[in-house]
Design a protein around this ligand. Structure first.
Ligand code: HEC
Length: 104
């Protein structure tokens, strides 16, 4: 089985090479969720304003939980916009940690 080792190493490299900018598996998962659920309104680059929504890079887990799950903000947080255009997306609840890892 001496040939198997280099093969396995090459495979591991190829697989890890798939994620952009060396994201952790959780952040990569968060990126997929962000691209699928959020970029209708937010920019594909979370640091830029989107067609409808503001930049969201740096959003904390507490902010994501409040805004994405219930359309509110954590106590004391000053929203970037006073509007209430964004619909809550409670189905994203299991992915909040991954989203926070991606957006941090
Ligand atoms: C229907 C369009 C739309 C979708 C889809 C959407 N957003 Fe938003 N988002 C907005 C708008 C517009 C705002 C500005 C506040 C408002 O009007 O609700 C906002 C605000 C936010 C904020 C608060 C920013 C701040 O610091 O004040 C966060 C965080 C956020 N969105 C994250 C997300 C995430 C994560 C997703 C995907 C799971 C998402 N949004 C999906 C439109 C959207």
């Amino acid at each position: 089985m001496r040939v198997a080792l280099p093969l396995a190493a090459a495979l591991a490299l190829a697989v890890s090479g798939c994620s952009e900018r060396g994201l952790s598996p959780s952040a990569e998962r968060g990126r997929q969720v962000y691209l699928a659920q959020c970029t209708a309104c937010h920019n594909t680059d979370p640091g830029q304003p989107g067609s409808v929504g503001p930049p969201v890079r740096g959003s904390s887990r507490a902010l994501l939980e409040a805004k994405v799950l219930s359309g509110t903000y954590p106590p004391g947080y000053t929203p970037k916009r006073p509007t209430k255009v964004m619909v809550p997306l409670p189905a994203v609840a299991p992915e909040i940690a991954a989203l926070a890892d991606y957006l941090r």
